[in-house]
Structures are given as C-alpha cells and as structure tokens.
Write a protein that binds this ligand. Structure first.
Ligand SMILES: [Zn+2]
Length: 464
C-alpha cells in the first residue's frame, strides 16, 4: 500500500503517542538512589527519652526525577503489638541543605513518611535532608523500648529511604505476620551520647568512646547495612570470640532472668560455629563485628531477632532451642542482611533460607539427637498444597508455609541436585546478590544455571 503525506503524518502522530505512553510506563523504573545516613543522638534511658537529628544524603542515580520521597521508620512497627501511648518515634521537622523547611506527611502510624521537596530531584543530583526527631521510649513489649530489666532496645529507630522498584515506591502497609522490612544496603554514621553508667551495643563498628562530665560519647560506622540500632544497658557482661577477621561481641544483661554465664558461653560458641560454617559455604561475612545479645524481656513476648550485624537470642529455653535460634539468626546475616529481599512480599527468601541453613549447620555439627528435618517435614506437610513464594499475610499458617515449607523446598532441591552442587548454587546466589535485592526469580535463575537435573516438578510443587 502506498502512503500519502497525510497518512505519514497520522502514523507519525500514532508512533509519537505510543512512544510517549511507553516512556510514561517505563519512567516508573527509572528512579534509583544511593543514600548515606548520619545520626547524632542524645539518649537518656532514665528519662526514657532520645532526641536525634538524622541527615540523609540522597543521590538520584536513576534517569527519572521526583519531587516526592518516601521514608520508613520500621521502629514504629516494632514498638509493640498494640499502640503504645507516647511510644512513637516522631519527626519534628525536615529541612534541605539550603535551609528550606519541607512539608511532610506521617502515614501508617508513623511507619511511613512522605516528604515534598522544594524542587524536583533530577538525575545525578544530590540532596541532603535533615530530620529532627524525638522518641519517648515506651515499655518494651517485644522488640522496642525499655525492658523490665532496664535494658533499652532501639532497633531501626531511624528514617530509611523507602525502596523504589518496578512497582514504584514501596508504600505497602506492613504485614500482620513477619517483619515486613525492605531496604537497600547503605552506610551509616552514628554519634550518640548516653550517661556513663550505661554501656551501648550497636551493630556498627565502634570508632571511638570518650567520657566527660558523666556523659559517654560513642561513635560508630556501619557500612553496607540494611539498618542501624542501638541497645543500652547498665549491666552488660561482655564476651568475645574471633572467627577469621570477625570479632563476635557478646553483650548480655546478667541481671535478666535465665542469663547465666554457662548460657552466655554456650550461645557465643553456637554463634562462632555457625559463622565459621556459613563463611565456608556461602560468602565470607564481610563485617568486622557480629554483636550477640540476649533478647530483652518484654511485657508481651521476646523474640529471637536479626539485624544487620546484630542478633538477639532468647535465653531460658532448652539448650537445643537456643542453639537452633542462634544458628537461624546468624544465617539471617546472609539471608536478609547480605542478600536483601522484600520481607513483606517474599518472606520465604529470608525465613525459609535461614531455616534451611540452620538444618545444614546442625548436620555439619554432627547432630544426630534432634530430628530437625523430620520436624520441618511434618510442619511443611501441614500446608502441603501451598506455595512458598507468597506475601506474609497470604500464608494460611505463616510459620508452616514461610519457614518450614520454605526450608523443605530447598532441602528437596538439595536432595535432587546433590549437596555439593546445591551449595555451589547457594554460594553463587550470595555472591551475585550481596548488598543487593534478590527475588524468587533471581534464585530460580541461578538454580537452573547450576544444574542439569530436571527439577521442574519440585519447582512446580512449591513455587507459584
Ligand atoms: Zn528468622
């Protein structure tokens, strides 16, 4: 068919419309950022108060521009299961590097903050925002606050730039089940002043500590971490182990129930064994320190918990439980810490992997007394028809689907592929996604690259 000038013009206009529409769609994927966090804080545990400023340097490394930025304060989720009066981490003001006071909106009970910039942040531009914040520290219900033994735990109290992925900004409400965190690895500097009677534990490396006029100033740096937190206690007993170039630093509140010297040593040994073992099969743990503390006792429950370079272990249960919990939290240093994931949308990538790694660690230790895999298998069969790669709140029974069935998927794959091959696959996965974000697809791609065995039935059984 021959075309006349008018037809050419129409085709040109149509193509232009399509092109514009495509740009509109793909623009969503073209924001990405690099961030550095600097926090300056005054903590007064007796007054249950912390005031801090947080300066966040944000570089727009994408090709799109934005006038709106979103931030998470995950500590506001961790502060308790029910709303604690005066227990919030509160933003008082936000300003940019030019001194402009910026508008912001607090959403989702303080878990999400939306900040309007004075001008659009263009590609390759850098902006520096300073937040002034205050915390009236509540009783510790589970992970955040002042425990009944007087420990102060402030995990993830700071603002973190929300993730921006193919779906746009991550502003999804946090789930009822699970932790729901989703953050990029970033560098943190923390300076914090506290009365000298307190000892601080932090997931960062301690750069300096100076005391004058009854106040101790601690300075920390945490590189390529998913989060920063600080714990304070008057009665910490300090223990240490060395694994390769990492110092495992134990901070245990010896006045708390069940925290005996024998249990502290036991947990430190478990942490050292698992760190060394995971170093040998995944990738080398890259940080100078791993901090291990006892879970402070809350008014509700006290969980074993992982942060980037710090774990809490619940004391008082059976020794085998303390061992399994320590192995599991140390495994999270790889799955969640080094290899990040969206804990809301695909929690099996950190919980299932960590439970699987725990089983490997028990096997490596020569465990024959505890039927770990058998128990996982039974629990997994409790949710036999369910897929593991589902969001937190879509699993019928969170523990069975995400932890147990997630671990049994990996165990079933290992049995089919062969242990040596499968460990190489996991090591490749860790290397490729270290400091980055992995998805189920990322894992399956590396899995298929690493084996010729037909695993399609296994994948179909466990993955949607
Ligand atoms: Zn876990």
């Amino acid at each position: 068919m021959k075309t006349r000038p008018i037809q050419v013009l129409i085709i040109f206009l149509l193509l232009l419309t399509c092109f514009t529409a495509m740009c509109g769609c793909s623009q969503k994927e073209e924001l990405s950022f690099e961030t550095t966090y600097a926090i300056d804080a005054d903590l007064d545990p007796e007054m249950r108060h912390m005031a801090y400023t947080e300066t966040i340097e944000i570089i727009n490394t994408g090709s799109g521009s934005t006038k709106t930025l979103y931030f998470h304060i995950y500590g506001n989720k961790f502060k308790g299961l029910r709303q604690v009066e005066n227990g919030d981490i509160v933003v008082l003001s936000v300003q940019d590097q030019d001194g402009n006071a910026l508008q912001w909106q607090r959403e989702q009970e303080g878990v999400l903050y939306c900040v309007e910039l004075a001008q659009k942040l263009e590609p390759e531009q850098t902006i520096e925002l300073t937040f002034a914040c205050e915390i009236l520290i509540p009783d510790l219900e589970s992970m955040y606050g002042v425990s009944r033994d007087g420990d102060v735990q402030l995990p993830m109290f700071s603002l973190q730039l929300a993730m921006y992925d193919q779906n746009g900004w991550d502003t999804a409400p946090l789930p009822e089940n699970g932790d729901g965190r989703y953050g990029a690895a970033a560098d943190y500097n923390l300076t914090i002043r506290v009365p000298e009677t307190y000892i601080l534990a932090c997931n960062g490396d301690e750069l300096s500590r100076q005391t004058s006029d009854g106040i101790t100033t601690y300075s920390y740096r945490a590189e390529k971490r998913r989060d920063i937190m600080v714990f304070a206690c008057k009665d910490y007993v300090l223990l240490e182990r060395t694994v390769g170039s990492t110092a495992i630093l134990g901070y245990f509140n010896e006045t708390a129930d069940n925290v005996t010297r024998q249990r502290m040593e036991y947990v430190m040994d478990c942490a050292a064994f698992s760190l060394e073992y995971f170093n040998s099969i995944f990738v080398q743990y890259p940080y100078d320190t791993l901090v291990v503390t006892n879970s402070a006792l809350g008014t509700n429950f006290s969980p074993n918990m992982e942060y980037s370079g710090l774990i809490t272990v619940l004391f008082g249960s059976e020794q085998i439980s303390m061992k399994i919990n320590t192995f599991h939290e140390v495994a999270h240093q790889w799955f969640y810490g080094l290899v990040g994931n969206d804990e809301n949308q695909e929690p099996w990538l950190d919980e299932g992997f960590s439970d699987f790694a725990t089983g490997l660690c028990l096997d490596a230790e020569g465990n024959i007394d505890f039927p770990y895999w058998e128990l996982k298998d039974i629990a997994s069969n409790g949710a036999a028809d369910e897929k593991v790669n589902v969001p937190c709140d879509e699993a019928s029974v969170y523990q069975w689907v995400i932890y147990d069935r997630g671990a049994m998927f990996l165990k079933t794959l290992m049995d089919a592929v062969g242990k040596e091959k499968f460990l190489t696959i996991l090591s490749n996965y860790c290397q490729r996604y270290q400091y980055s974000i992995a998805t189920t697809e990322s894992f399956l791609e590396i899995l298929h690259e690493g084996t010729d065995v037909d695993i399609s039935n296994i994948v179909a059984e466990f993955i949607k």
